[in-house]
Unconditional design. Sequence first.
Length: 349
Amino acid sequence: MFTGKSRLTYKFIIPIVLLTFIFACSQVPALAESYFRFCYPAIATILSFINRWVAFSLFDAGLIAAIILCSGSIIMMIFKRLSFSGWLKKVLLSVLWILVWFYLAWGIGYFRPDFFTRFELEPPKEDRIFFEAFVNQYIDLLNQSYVSDPQFDVSEVDRDVEVLYKKYHEALRLPYPCGWRRTKKTLIEPLMTRVGVSGFFGPFFNEVHVNNYSLPISYPYTLAHEKAHQFGITGEAECNLYATLICTSSDYPVVRYSGYLQTVSYLLGNLRKISPEQYREIAGRIDPRIIADYREIYEHWQKAYHETLSKVQEKAYDSYLKTNKQRSGILSYSEMTGLLIAYREMMEK
């Protein structure tokens, strides 16, 4: 028979063993890649099967439950129903299981070989002349894709993005179907809006969340980005790449316009650094109506923006990404340009 102390020790063994495996994955990318290929699709299918039948966000439910349980345990400790050492052990055990759940459910993807290694590509070298032509090409495509009244049915856009992922999953080397991708609304949407977050992926229950504060011209790209996370892609730049490739391949005008609109904004950010003397001239080729849309997006988010909260969120997320071997942190969003150039060159060859 186990004594109380030995039972508690036994409870720590399993999460510690699993965390040891997770640590091994962080040190051996090939092990993380194997886990992603053979285990993640099954886990994503199970978790997304559970969440697809629930209308509300299970991430929200879990967060509320955690707050209630934590508050209850503190009250019990205050009223001497639970010792401090007992409370500390319960908290430690809970944290260990949360870490195990996060990484086994999705987070091990952070330790996979990077995009260039998996696709056997070399990072493109900086070439100012080539890049200016590259940006000009995308500006032409953006101008051609302009939509004057970007209204749509959310369910139709969702189906369109799903069809495109099914069509191109082999070219993108994504596991398919890898479960279901039901989009959820979250209770923390007001906070997301205040810090300028347009969407997030909840790994604990494999849930896609899109902030409904987003304008119609931004929504499809955000949706495609978050769905890329659900396929097990952890890198922000890589999810942006897939969102670009999916949206710009669509026959649905609003989805295609959303793809080019966001993609060109990333390209212009890099153009300003690589070729500042040509930036104004090239950016000036954008249709004035599209410039008005960019201005509307900026002003729309500025109305709700809270500078202090946003800075706290950015620092926290930057630390989170770097902790999980995303060395560029939040700056990895701009790395999509390099991924797009490399992928386009590979497909052209």
